[in-house]
Ligand binder design. Structure first.
Ligand SMILES: Cc1cc2nc3c(=O)[nH]c(=O)nc-3n(C[C@H](O)[C@H](O)[C@H](O)COP(=O)(O)OP(=O)(O)OC[C@H]3O[C@@H](n4cnc5c(N)ncnc54)[C@H](O)[C@@H]3O)c2cc1C
Length: 168
């Protein structure tokens, strides 16, 4: 949106989750889940890497640049960066937020199509794939019968996981 240039520009952002900007890494609601990079190096803009730390200070947080901040706060930051960019975009920039899942696509030399679960097809000049991390695969061993076990959890990021694990 910031680099849209002068001509008509349309962005279709397809997101299957309710909240934009969270993904696996920043979607947690637990304070104990900390970023693995210090605040002073987590800015969203490569040319302004301290942007996140300044944002924290503006919001009244007292973290210093070397602190590892809860992931959920970074999720709030990303959400605000996105909303600010959307709100201040130029008139010739159209932003469509599409609550759906991309299930297929086709591209040729100068255009592409993205097919959504609803059946809608988006015609586009460019496609950006930013779908984050996939669920980890099973370990690569011949006998996968353990994957049926109650105590085997394939998805470590499932938010209900901690409640499911019981002491045995
Ligand atoms: C557990 C974990 C911890 C991490 N910790 C850090 C950290 O501390 N610091 C750091 O700098 N980086 C960290 N990373 C890396 C960070 O997550 C990525 O660099 C960054 O979030 C990737 O951004 P993204 O927009 O590509 O993906 P994401 O932020 O994951 O967003 C992808 C989005 O695409 C949506 N999506 C996926 N497929 C489809 C589809 N087919 N249709 C519609 N929507 C779809 C998802 O719902 C999701 O909202 C971590 C990653 C993981 C997995």
């Amino acid at each position: 949106m910031r680099n849209a240039g002068d001509g008509e520009f349309e962005i279709n952002l397809v997101e299957r989750r309710a909240k934009i900007g969270r993904g696996v890494a920043f979607g947690t609601s637990k304070d104990s889940h900390l970023l693995n990079v210090p605040a002073g190096r987590m800015g969203a803009f490569p040319d302004d890497i301290e942007h996140f730390h300044r944002w924290l200070t503006e919001k009244g947080h007292t973290f210093d640049a070397h602190d590892f901040v809860p992931r959920k706060i970074f999720g709030e930051y990303l959400r605000e960066v996105f909303t600010d960019a959307a709100d201040s975009r130029a008139k010739h920039v159209t932003l469509n937020l599409i609550d759906d899942e991309a299930v297929d696509m086709s591209v040729n030399a100068d255009s592409g199509e993205v097919i959504l679960r609803s059946g809608e097809i988006i015609q586009t000049d460019r496609v950006v794939l930013a779908f984050g991390n996939f669920m980890p695969p099973h370990p690569s061993v011949a006998d996968l019968s353990f994957t049926k076990a109650e105590m085997y959890f394939q998805d470590p990021w499932n938010s209900g996981l901690y409640e499911t694990i019981t002491e045995r």
